[in-house]
Design a protein around this ligand. Structure first.
Ligand code: SF4
Ligand code: SF4
Length: 439
C-alpha cells in the first residue's frame, strides 16, 4: 500500500455513505422534461428550437457563441411543448425548454462517435458533447482542456475523492465503469501530453482504491490513497495533498502545472468518444432522512426532483429541506418541481430532524472556525464584515478566496451562519460596478 497523503486543516466529518452499495438503477424518461438553457458556469445558451418543433435524443436544443459555455441537448424524443422561464435554486431567472416525450427515445442522426485525431479536434468534440464538471462544479470541460500555449502542465489529477457525506455517485462510477475511468484518463494524458496521471481517492473507499489500482496496472496511471479529510475534493486542497503545490490566491490549477477533473467527467469522455451520445443523463445519489428508498439513479437531465423522489418510493415524512448536492456545499432548493441539471450529483431530502436550521447564537470568539479553514481565512471576521457590508475589509480579508466549503460553519459551537453570510459578502463584492478602463 502506498503512503497516504493529505492536506492541512479542514474538518473530519462522519462517514455517512448509505448508498455506497446501491448499484445504479435506470429511471425511465418522464413524460415531460424541463431543460434550463444554463446548466454550467459561463454564458447561457440560446434555444435553437421553437414551440412545436420535433426533437430527438441527443439533439442540440440550446447553444451559445461564447467561449465559456456548453451546448445543451435533449434526453428524450418528442416535441417542444413550451418555452418558459423558471426561478432557479440560486435565485436566477433562466429560460427553459419544456419537451413532451413521445416515449420512443429516437436517437438523433448526429449522434455518432466523433472523429478525433488531434488536440484541436478533441477539444471541439468535448465541447460538442455538452460536458461540464460532473462533480457539482458545472465548469465547461472543453475550457479546462483548452490550455494556453504557455501553460506547462505536467500533472493530470483525477478527482475521485467525493468527500461530502451522503454522495456516492462518483464511487459507483469507479466500481461500475472502471475501464472508462482508466481509458478516459489515458486519453486526456495522450492528447494533452501530460506525463503524470494521478487518481486521488480517500481511504474511506477501499473498494475504489483496490479496483482502480488493479485496472491501472500496466498503465502510467498512479492511484494515490488519501487520508480522509474534508474538503479534500476541492481542487486547491487536492493539488496540495497530491503534489505539495499551492495554487496562489486568485490563481488556477494550471498556474502550478496541474489540471484537475472529476472522475465521472473523465469516464464520460471515454464513453462519448465511443458512442457520440452527448450529456443527456447522469447518475444522482438520492438520500436523506425523508426518502423511502435511497439509492443511485441514472436520470434524464430535466427530470423534476419530484418525479425522481417518487421513483425512489416517495417520501416518509414532510420534507423540511431539499439540497441539490451534498450537505456541506450543496444549495437548498425551495421547489421540488425544479429539474435535475447536468452538474447535480445528489439530491438530499431531509425531514424535521436534520432539515430545520439550528438557532444562531452570538460568537464566543473560540477561534475554531479559523483553525479549521483550509484556505487560512478568518471566517469570524468575514462574517462580521459581511453583515456590516464593509466591502473594503472583506477585500482586505480575502473573502474571494473562500471556497464555501462550510468547514467553519460545521465546527462553530455558536451555530453561526458563517457560509451564508460569506456568500452574501461575495455577492456584494461581485455586484460592485467595474471601474471603466480599470483592471
Ligand atoms: S471561510 Fe470559506 S474556505 Fe474557510 S472554512 Fe469557511 S467556507 Fe471554508
Ligand atoms: S467558531 Fe463560531 S463562535 Fe467560534 S470564533 Fe468562529 S464564529 Fe465565533
Amino acid at each position: 500500500m502506498k503512503r497516504k497523503k493529505t492536506f492541512k486543516q479542514g474538518a473530519t466529518l462522519p462517514h455517512i455513505k448509505n448508498t455506497a452499495h446501491s448499484p445504479t438503477v435506470v429511471m425511465p424518461a418522464p413524460e415531460t422534461i424541463t431543460v434550463p438553457m444554463q446548466q454550467h458556469i459561463g454564458a447561457p445558451c440560446k434555444p435553437v428550437l421553437q414551440k412545436g418543433d420535433r426533437v430527438k435524443v441527443g439533439q442540440v436544443i440550446g447553444d451559445s457563441d461564447q467561449y465559456v459555455s456548453a451546448p445543451i441537448h435533449s434526453g428524450v424524443s418528442g416535441k417542444v411543448a413550451k418555452m418558459d422561464i423558471i426561478l432557479t435554486y440560486d435565485g436566477r431567472n433562466v429560460p427553459v425548454m419544456i419537451i413532451e416525450s413521445d416515449g420512443e427515445n429516437e436517437i438523433h442522426e448526429d449522434v455518432k462517435p466523433p472523429k478525433v485525431g488531434n488536440l484541436n479536434e478533441f477539444v471541439k468534440a468535448i465541447r460538442a458533447s455538452g460536458l461540464v464538471g460532473l462533480g457539482g462544479a458545472g465548469f465547461p470541460t472543453h475550457v479546462k482542456l483548452n490550455l494556453p500555449n504557455e501553460a506547462d502542465i505536467d500533472t493530470l489529477i483525477v478527482n475521485a475523492v467525493e468527500c461530502e457525506p451522503y454522495i456516492t455517485s462518483d464511487f459507483r462510477e469507479a466500481l461500475e465503469h472502471t475501464e472508462h475511468v482508466i481509458r478516459g484518463t489515458e486519453i486526456i494524458g495522450e492528447f494533452l501530453k501530460i506525463p503524470n496521471l494521478i487518481i486521488g481517492v480517500e481511504d474511506n473507499k477501499p473498494e475504489s482504491i483496490e479496483i482502480l489500482s488493479q485496472a491501472a496496472k500496466g498503465t502510467k496511471i498512479q492511484v494515490q490513497p488519501l487520508i480522509t479529510r474534508y474538503p479534500q475534493g476541492a481542487e486547491k486542497m487536492l493539488i496540495s495533498a497530491l503534489t505539495g503545490r499551492k495554487v496562489p490566491s486568485g490563481g488556477l490549477p494550471s498556474d502550478v502545472g496541474t489540471i484537475v477533473l472529476n472522475i465521472t467527467t473523465v469516464s464520460f469522455i471515454s464513453k462519448y468518444l465511443e458512442t457520440g451520445m452527448p450529456l443527456v443523463k447522469r447518475r444522482v445519489t438520492v438520500d436523506g432522512t425523508a426518502v423511502k428508498n435511497p439509492g443511485n439513479v441514472e436520470v434524464v437531465v430535466g427530470t423534476s426532483i419530484r418525479e425522481l423522489l417518487a421513483f425512489c418510493g416517495g417520501i416518509t415524512e414532510e420534507i423540511k429541506k431539499v439540497i441539490m448536492g451534498g450537505p456541506m456545499m450543496g444549495i437548498a432548493n425551495y421547489n421540488i418541481d425544479q429539474p435535475i441539471l447536468k452538474q447535480n450529483n445528489a439530491i438530499l431530502a431531509l425531514g424535521k430532524e436534520l432539515g430545520d436550521p439550528p438557532n444562531e447564537t452570538p460568537c464566543i470568539r473560540c477561534g475554531r472556525c479559523v483553525s479549521r479553514c483550509p484556505m487560512s481565512l478568518m471566517p469570524v471576521n468575514l462574517d462580521l464584515f459581511s453583515r456590516r457590508r464593509d466591502l473594503e475589509m472583506l477585500n482586505r480579508y480575502h473573502i474571494m478566496d473562500c471556497i464555501e466549503c462550510g468547514s467553519c460553519t460545521y465546527n462553530c459551537p455558536a451555530k453561526r451562519y458563517l457560509v451564508q453570510s460569506i456568500r452574501m459578502g461575495k455577492t456584494l463584492i461581485r455586484q460592485q460596478p467595474k471601474v471603466k478602463g480599470g483592471k
